[in-house]
Ligand binder design. Structure first.
Ligand code: IMP
Ligand code: MG
Length: 184
């Protein structure tokens, strides 16, 4: 595998500029501020991809927010997850009786999120909602209710603004499509 010394050269096209992302984040925050008026929430950031989105989003929220992190991996055979998640890093907060807002970077099959939701509901959360910056509806396998979506995107593999390919490209401030030769 060969990489350019400047990773911007590995990007075939920009899907969303920083300015477009900012606009989506403001729109999402506006809806969340309206819906949770007077309520407190636990922001459950799903590591690692969501960290940039979460950092920008929570700075636009006006209610009391307890910032928390969760990292999971799903067991599976091949590329299919089995329906069992392994919690690699759990939330610090007890969610019993609390409003939880899951902050996700992108919803693909929906498997990971549906398992996390189920798990948080079992722990007695008062409410569990999901906000994602991006969603690929064409890839959905599990019917999970995503409450706030920045935008739908086509079935393309994207990187940047926290999203990675093999742990790389997270630091791009835009979302872009990788050149196919980068995979080879
Ligand atoms: P799901 O359980 O299939 O919905 O998995 C969603 C997770 O897959 C996301 O949180 C990302 O970590 C990863 N993912 C899905 N699509 C992409 C992509 O286009 N670029 C980078 N990561 C992705
Ligand atoms: Mg992720």
């Amino acid at each position: 595998m060969k990489f350019n010394t400047n990773m911007h050269r590995d990007i075939q096209s920009i899907m969303f500029t920083k300015q477009e992302i900012d606009h989506m984040v403001y729109e999402l925050a506006h809806q969340i501020n309206r819906d949770y008026d007077g309520e407190e929430l636990i922001a459950a950031v799903i590591l690692k991809g969501s960290m940039m989105f979460a950092a920008d989003l929570i700075r636009c929220l006006t209610m009391n927010v307890k910032l928390d992190f969760m990292q999971v991996s799903s067991y599976g055979s091949g590329t299919e997850s089995s329906g069992v998640i392994k919690v690699k890093k759990d939330l610090d907060n007890d969610v019993n009786g609390k409003n939880v807002l899951i902050i996700e970077d992108i919803v693909d099959s929906g498997r990971t999120l549906s398992l996390i939701c189920e798990d948080l509901e079992k722990r007695g959360a008062k409410s569990v909602k999901i906000v994602t910056l991006l969603s690929k509806p064409a890839r959905r396998v599990v019917n999970v209710k995503v409450d706030y979506i920045g935008t739908d995107i086509p079935d393309e593999f994207v990187v940047g603004y926290g999203l990675d390919m093999d742990e790389k490209y997270r630091q791009l401030d835009y979302v872009g499509i990788l050149r196919p030769e980068v995979y080879m």
